[in-house]
Each structure stands twice: as structure tokens, then as C-alpha cells.
Design a protein around this ligand. Structure first.
Ligand code: MN
Length: 296
């Protein structure tokens, strides 16, 4: 391959023991030395993901390395979350009309909460320590209860921003990925039920924002063990990507590496140990993640 096709848009992955890769089809270029451009940090650590905060410098270093970078097969690597240290993982509740409808019909989803509007509910936070990549395993902590998949477009913030009007919002996006907002159903608050270790899956890689001209027109789907469970398009979102950035940043500053999971379409449903979840978002890619054995 020539390097010229990679002048701007990139798919960056993290794999194995903290290595950095550039995706090209089924091949991963190991560009780990590009991480040497990151500044050495000391306590107290900056509130950001360092790689995302310095993404343009990293991408420039990646380009320098491509000609000589070792190549490994995608099938031979274990993918980590492309964002290692998100300051926040933000969730968008009831952000697709058809998911609102199913949440009204199926008492097992909302557990008696009045399913009104994202504008009434606001956004929620998931613990950053819940984050894994597609090469890791989802582990059910309460297998006695319903644990659902939610397939979502995930937005990674690239630059600090605060009180952003929607017209400027997409300028602050570093890139996009698939997000799985795994959810323990029940009466408790979202921050409790959605923060279980391994219940935020991000990946399979980060697609830089310049490769996704319109994040509000992407097909997305999710299969469990080959059975189609969710299929929609991000244009069905109640609040679009720019609107979610406006909404979130009205309440708190957004920091490099913050992740916004933009909400799930209809078709949410339970998973059990041994299930294989396959998720796809147009323009980003597709990948499988396994539900491992539950906690003993
Ligand atoms: Mn969700």
C-alpha cells in the first residue's frame, strides 16, 4: 500500500499490551513508537486522555512510521478500548423514538419510571472504569437479573470545550467508534446499573472525525449469536450528535477523551454468558465481543 491514502483520515486501534495500531483492512500497522510524542506527565495527572489530547501529533508520527511499521493480522490481535483514560463516559437515555416506544411497552426496561423525554431526564454518567475494548470480555456481575445490550454510536471529544452552541459542536470531535452501553435492568439509577466493570465497550478502533462527514446518517446494527436484534440509523436520534454536545457542555466542560454514547435504537434485549455480540456502525466498522462467564 502507499502512504498517500492515509494523509488525513485514520482508523487507530490499541491492542495487546498497550500497543498502537493503524488499521488498513484486515491488517494492523504497529505504530507504537508514535506514542513517544506524548508528553511525560507527573502527578497530578492532567484530566484528559493523553493520546486523544495530542491526537494530531500522534497522527503525524504515525505517518512517519508507516513505511517501516511491522504489519500484523487483525485476527491475531486483542483489541483494547481506543481511549484508555476517558475523564467521563456520558450516556444519552431514550434518544430514539422506537426505543422510547419499546420502553413504554416492556416493563422490564424502565421499571416503572415514566418514559418521557431526554430533555426531562438529562444525560447520565457511566464510570470510566467500566470501559473495555472488543478484544476483552463482558462479565455479568448480576446474572440473576436482566443484562441488556445497547448498540450506539460513540463520540470521542478531542478538545476541551464548554457551553458549545450546536453550530460549533462538531469541531470538538476527535473521532467516532462503536459503543456498547451494557445495562443491568432494574429500579436503581442509571449510574449504578450501567457502571459495572466491562459494561462500556468501545471500539473496535477510533475513526478520526474527518473520515465521518455526517455522524447523523449512519446505519447501525447489532446481532447476538448471529440473530439480528437492533438495526437503525443515527438519523433516528431525538437529539443529534451536535445537540448532545451542546446539551452536555451546557452542564459541564467536555475534556479530551470524554466519550458520549449517543443512545440506543429499539431492540434492546438480554445477553447471557457465552453469547457473542456483533456490532456494526456504518463508516466505522464491525466487531464481535464475547460475554464471558459471570462473576463466581
Ligand atoms: Mn444507552
Amino acid at each position: 500500500m502507499t502512504c498517500s491514502i492515509l494523509v488525513s483520515a485514520m482508523k487507530l486501534c490499541r491492542f495487546n499490551a498497550g500497543r498502537l495500531g493503524l488499521m488498513h483492512g484486515d491488517v494492523v500497522f504497529d505504530v507504537t513508537p508514535a506514542l513517544d510524542v506524548l508528553p511525560a506527565v507527573r502527578y497530578p495527572l492532567p484530566q484528559c486522555d493523553l493520546l486523544i489530547a495530542h491526537l494530531s501529533a500522534v497522527c503525524a508520527a504515525v505517518r512517519q512510521l508507516l513505511a517501516t511499521a511491522p504489519r500484523v493480522a487483525l485476527s491475531s490481535v486483542s483489541l483494547l478500548s481506543p481511549v484508555a483514560n476517558p475523564p467521563k463516559i456520558i450516556g444519552a437515555p431514550i434518544n430514539y423514538r422506537a426505543h422510547i416506544d419499546e420502553s413504554v411497552k416492556d416493563a422490564g426496561i424502565a421499571h416503572g419510571r415514566a418514559v418521557t423525554s431526554i430533555h426531562d431526564w438529562g444525560l447520565f454518567l457511566k464510570s470510566p472504569s467500566s470501559l473495555i475494548g472488543f478484544g476483552e470480555e463482558i462479565v455479568l456481575r448480576r446474572p440473576d437479573r436482566r443484562n441488556d445490550h445497547e448498540c450506539e454510536l460513540a463520540v470521542v471529544i478531542g478538545k476541551r470545550c464548554d457551553r458549545v452552541p450546536r453550530a460549533e459542536a462538531l469541531q470538538y470531535v476527535a473521532g467516532y467508534a462503536i459503543g456498547l452501553d451494557m445495562t443491568l435492568r432494574g429500579p436503581e439509577f442509571q449510574c449504578w446499573r450501567k457502571s459495572v466493570d466491562t459494561y462500556s465497550v468501545l471500539g473496535p478502533w477510533l475513526v478520526t472525525a474527518d473520515e465521518v462527514p455526517d455522524p447523523d446518517a449512519l446505519e447501525l446494527s447489532l446481532h447476538v449469536n448471529g440473530e439480528l436484534r437492533q438495526r437503525s440509523n443515527t438519523r433516528q436520534q431525538v437529539v443529534d450528535v451536535a445537540g448532545l454536545i451542546e446539551m452536555a457542555s451546557a452542564m459541564y466542560a467536555l475534556l479530551p477523551g470524554d466519550i458520549i454514547m449517543t443512545g440506543t435504537p429499539a431492540g434492546v434485549g438480554p445477553v447471557k454468558p457465552g453469547d457473542v455480540i456483533h456490532a456494526s456502525v456504518q463508516g466505522i466498522g464491525d466487531a464481535s465481543v464475547t460475554v464471558g462467564a459471570h462473576y463466581a
